[in-house]
Design a protein around this ligand. Sequence first.
Ligand code: AVJ
Length: 322
Amino acid sequence: MTESELDIHRSATDIAEALRADVREGLSAEQKWLPSKWFYDATGSRLFEDITALPEYYPTRSEREVLAREAGAIARITGAHTLVELGSGSSEKTRLLLDGLRDHGSLRTFVPLDVSESALAEAVEAIQAGYPGLDVRGVVGDFTEHLGLLPGEPPRLVAFLGGTIGNFLPADRGKFLRSVRDVLAGGEWFLLGTDLVKDAETLVRAYDDAAGVTAEFNRNVLRVVNEVLGADFDPDSFEHVAHWDAGNEWIEMRLRAPEAVRVSIPGAGMEVSFEAGEYIRTEISAKFRREGVTTELAVAGFEVAHWWTDAQGRFGVSLARA
Ligand code: AVJ
């Protein structure tokens, strides 16, 4: 892996600076919170890969079922020359799309974008080895900030898979969808994966697995804050909570301090106190309904051309035209 193969929009100082700002804002709020993107250092990215193999975590398998079934159709409909994947992680499901586009004969460039440099570097290497002749341009960056810098020749297909759209608060979601629409020309494509509303038990189990992998993933954000900002969180003392908010139709992950504790975060110049039972909201993972997805895409300036789900109706994939 040579450096020129990764386009890095985030240096170590950028990262520390951005984390410091988020920690200062989120941990001084009345209801403490941290953005979920900070889960994904090398350890967190690996833990997330482990989550996707858990028996309780169905979204990855459900989405894969749809992509395996529809990749050929997606290639035929879009005829994309460039596949851009936002938050690509290991790019494992992307292979289904790459295979479809390659077999169709239109694919030239693949642009995976991810905040995790380690996950991206691995993915770029693996994809390059598996697809000789494909121009792979990895971009390390934050898809909320670096969308305008995407390379690749049109028509492009931007894929945002895994249900990661659910990690935005509703207002940010609208802005994000708009920003995707704004970097595309009319007639280009957006492929969006959305986890769907279902019974609470299935949902909560997917975010609170018996083996405790999701709990470790959740606590990893405190390890990241310790490492980058020199904080003295005791991650193991915080309890993992996965709460289904039926009103908002989202899963909320929390880290709960069972006892009062004071934490020092020198890199953010702050001390943070927790009362017994007080928690940090570390992630929301919104669940969707077909009508809601179609409406939100329309408001952002897309037209939904296709809607597919897995056989059990657990996960939805929309193909929308800009
Ligand atoms: C990959 C962001 C979609 O919200 O389901 C998995 C992350 N969090 N288990 C999700 C996650 C807890 C995941 N996304």
